[in-house]
Design a protein around this ligand. Structure first.
Ligand code: WQD
Length: 328
């Protein structure tokens, strides 16, 4: 009855591992530690290795009695994927296909997959529903869309059922500030705002304030990482109950602007966030936020944490861990 969590030493992976353990589920983590941290894996065995190592994965399935898997392990930088596409195709699609086949042929037929709202590209309308056109605008986003299709084919060839969770903007940290995001690898807004507020960087660069939004800055659906973790447990339960393969948008359904994030950070931290407005960033949609109804209906899951919960937890984590997990 063990859950194999690949990439469980990473940001969302480590929060999901902790939530699984707190729910009493047995877990084994497989991670190369290329981007993850050993210190982020709490109360679960960590095996250092690659998901494409079919011999290792098969051994883990047998030794630990694996019955379900959550696949996080992937590269996730939009910008890097456009500079070095081959490593993204190899890891996010090629290695994933080897993992899925190994799992299916060693008794694991239920997989939750870490997908992304970026498969939609610039959504034609908001809130974004799961039947919105799949229109990736980066190699990274395309690898997520392709991996979803690979999973669908593994249902036809090997009876593997899956839930692809299309994350919106994951942010925040554990309420006790024990685990959180490594800002060394992230250029996402919230950790970058925290770095500027803590004086660990120059002023935040706001990528445009001339968008057709109330304050001129882009709108996104920021979802607490622990709400995201809970969605993974709900997806595993859906599959364990015989639920059908599906894709689910995982967001709050509420949009917040860049200035909303800056103002919430200043209010909660008591610090000023130095920033400068610069040119728009190519590819940035004006607004993107989820329609959360499919998640509620199929998984019985909704986000519960607020934007203030996100910012307060991120502040508590980054202000007490300016060097993340350190060398670990
Ligand atoms: C958010 C907003 C920027 C940094 C990411 C991932 C995507 C998906 C969703 C997982 C935008 C603005 C940012 C900065 C800024 N997640 N911004 N200055 O682009 O919405 O997408 O989360 O798969 O794959 O890439 O997130 O945090 O980069 O940007 O003004 O220094 O903040 O313009 O409006 P994004 P982001």
């Amino acid at each position: 009855m063990t859950v194999l969590v690949t990439g469980g030493a990473g940001y969302i992976g480590s929060h999901t591992v902790r939530a699984l353990r707190q729910a009493g589920r047995a877990v084994v983590v497989l991670d190369t530690l290329e981007l993850g941290h050993r210190a982020a894996v709490l109360d679960a065995p960590l095996v250092v290795g690659d998901v494409a190592d079919a011999t290792l994965v098969a051994r883990l399935c047998g030794e630990y009695g694996v019955t379900q898997a959550v696949h996080f392990a992937a590269y996730k930088s939009v910008g890097e994927s456009m500079q070095h596409p081959a490593k993204y195709w190899a890891n996010n699609v090629g290695s994933a296909a080897v993992l899925f086949e190994t799992l299916a042929r060693h008794g694991v037929h239920e997989v939750v997959f870490s997908s992304s709202c970026s498969v939609y590209g610039t959504p034609p309308s908001v809130p974004v529903t799961e039947d919105a056109p799949i229109h990736p605008e980066s190699v990274y986003a395309e690898t997520k869309a392709v991996a979803e299709r690979v999973l669908a084919w593994f249902e036809r060839t090997d009876g593997l059922r899956s839930v692809s969770l299309r994350y919106f903007n994951a942010a925040g940290a554990s309420a006790d500030a024990v685990i959180g995001e490594d800002w060394a690898f992230s250029i996402n807004l919230v950790p970058v705002v925290m770095k500027a507020a803590l004086g660990r960087s120059g002023p935040l660069k706001v990528f445009g304030d001339d968008y057709p939004t109330p304050d001129g800055t882009c709108i996104r659906d920021y979802i607490h990482v622990d709400d995201l973790a809970a969605a993974h447990l709900a997806a595993l339960d859906h599959l364990a109950a015989g639920g059908a393969t599906t894709a689910v948008n995982v967001g709050t359904g509420t949009g917040s602007s860049v200035m909303d994030i800056i103002h919430a950070t200043e209010r909660i931290s008591g610090r000023q966030v130095p920033y400068e407005v610069v040119a728009r960033r190519d590819g940035d949609p004006v607004a993107s936020f989820a329609d959360p109804e499919h998640a509620a209906q199929v998984l019985g899951w909704r986000a519960t944490r607020t934007l203030d919960d996100i910012i307060a937890s991120a502040w508590a984590w980054h202000s007490t861990h300016p060097d993340g997990y350190g060398a670990g």
